[in-house]
Design a binder for this molecule. Structure first.
Ligand code: NAI
Length: 458
């Protein structure tokens, strides 16, 4: 390996790293991809994909519970966690096989082992030196905890939660962000009593306030308890249960405490500081082109400050490969990266929330509208409540779209096009949305904003 000079050496084969490798190879670059574990990283093996498979099982459980309502005789007699896990594994295995095949078909040199940056163009893996004209570091993230709280026994993160072969009776979820909401929703559908503890004043605190309120209403109705504005003082555990002491003096006990308070960058001990990368609290700092400041070293994915999402990693990895191949690619607009939380009801958003838009453009310059799913036929068939909220600069483009409802996540593609293309309501109001689909709710919201709502009360 020492006498071979790659065009691009990629450290980490998660979403950011493997996307860069595949795109680089497509552009004719000679690419080495270094991975200690399996190609696909957190998203495929311990994140996006396994959780969505389990959330699908959870959705089926809810459907069976409600089957008689739609005239189907069925009875939920239990949840077979072994089969839930087999189903999940089947999905991962098929995707992993496909991805591995793709990496090898594109001629990417996959090197299995734990790599470490040892110089601007060099990574060491198992005593070997792998050299490249460019190095992309994309080593991802890990589930972090809060100071003084060790992950052990009944105190777990999503890593352990995804491998559980039992359903908790009483689950405490620490953190009402994306991971916390998805597990709370899933465990509730599987029959657990769930309490979410969130330090900020609402669940899903990064979403538009209207979404937070609507989510809290449905969670209440689903019997998911939550404490917001609640800080944890102490956690203890014994053989049977774990107990959370809150600042308020209240204590909560469960057979499991899921810690979902964010993910930290995976950058320690990888040689980044030694080589001179600029770091901030463990994250690698880059310019908007993802250059680190050390010539030939690039960074992508969860180690770069910003939204820690697989599709951001894909986009960044692709952009780095293209830049290395000499293509001029503009930087990403973080606010326009679509976001979906796959709890029930799903949350999907793109662009600015109402408060963020008001801060940026001034309160008087912002108009909003909410179209309620009560007027949407398909949503009524699915039995979901929710809405589509548009945030618009008065007389100008739509700068934010926020949606909540069963299966609403699939609409995020349309929302992303509208916001990214800076569409004006009049442009979208002219388009025809198929009836009866949930996407009609977007059409209706735009008709409303254009002053001619069809299925809406004045
Ligand atoms: P998060 O940042 O979304 O949520 C963490 C929550 O914990 C925040 O609301 C925060 O206020 C709260 N928190 C932090 N410290 C606390 C404390 N001491 N006491 C009480 N509450 C506290 O992080 P999360 O949910 O762990 O997810 C990690 C990353 O993974 C996120 O960037 C997320 O976007 C990504 N992810 C994305 C998914 C998706 O796109 N569907 C699914 C799962 C994860």
């Amino acid at each position: 390996m020492a006498d071979r000079l790659f065009d691009m050496v990629v450290l980490g084969a998660g979403s950011g790293g493997y996307a860069a490798a595949l795109r680089g190879a497509q552009l004719g670059l000679d690419v080495a991809l270094i991975e200690a574990d399996k190609v696909g990283g957190t998203c495929l093996h311990r994140g996006c994909i396994p959780t969505k498979a389990m959330l699908h099982s959870a959705e089926v459980a809810d459907e069976v519970r409600n089957a008689s309502h739609v005239g189907i005789q069925a009875e939920l007699t239990g949840i077979d966690m072994e089969q839930v896990n087999n189903f999940k594994k089947g999905v991962i295995d098929r995707l992993y096989k496909g991805l591995s095949g793709l990496v090898s078909a594109r001629g990417v040199e996959l090197i299995n082992g734990h790599g470490r940056l040892i110089g601007p163009g060099a990574v060491e893996v198992a005593g070997q030196r792998v050299e490249g004209r460019n190095v992309l570091v994309a080593t991802g993230s890990y589930a972090r905890s809060i100071p003084g709280l060790n992950i052990e026994g009944r105190v777990i993160t999503s890593d352990q939660a995804l491998t559980m072969d039992w359903i908790p009776q009483n689950a405490i979820v620490l953190g009402g962000g994306v991971i916390g909401l998805e597990f709370a929703s899933m465990w509730r559908s599987f029959g657990a009593n769930v309490t979410v503890v969130e330090g900020l004043p609402s669940l899903a605190p990064n979403e538009d306030p209207a979404i937070c309120k609507a989510l809290e209403r449905v969670f209440r109705r689903r019997g998911i308890a939550f404490k917001t504005g609640a800080m944890v003082k102490d956690v203890s555990q014994n053989a049977d249960q774990a107990t959370l002491q809150l600042d308020s003096g209240e204590s909560l006990s469960g057979d499991v405490v899921l810690v979902a308070v964010g993910r930290g960058p995976n950058t320690a001990g990888l040689g980044y500081e030694e080589v001179g990368l600029k770091m901030d609290r463990g994250f690698v700092l880059t310019d908007d082109q993802l250059r680190t400041g050390i010539p030939g070293i690039w960074a992508a994915g969860d180690i770069v400050p910003g939204l820690q999402l697989a599709h951001r990693g894909f986009a960044q990895g692709i952009a780095v490969a293209e830049r290395i191949a000499g293509i001029n690619v503009p930087g990403l607009i973080e606010a326009n990266i679509p976001r979906v939380t796959y709890c029930e009801p799903e949350i999907a958003s793109v662009g600015l929330s109402e408060p963020a838009a008001k801060e940026l453009h001034g309160a008087d310059a912002i108009e909003t509208i909410e179209y309620n799913l009560a007027g949407n036929g398909r949503s009524q068939v699915l039995g979901t409540q929710g809405f589509v909220k548009l945030v618009r600069v008065a007389g100008g483009p739509v700068v934010g779209m926020h949606m909540i409802g069963t299966r609403i996540g699939e609409l995020v593609g349309a929302a992303q096009l509208i916001v990214s293309w800076e569409a004006h309501p009049e442009d979208v109001a002219e388009l025809i949305h198929a009836h009866p689909t949930q996407s009609e709710a977007i059409g209706e919201a735009f008709l409303d904003l254009a002053g001619k709502p069809l299925h809406a009360h004045p």
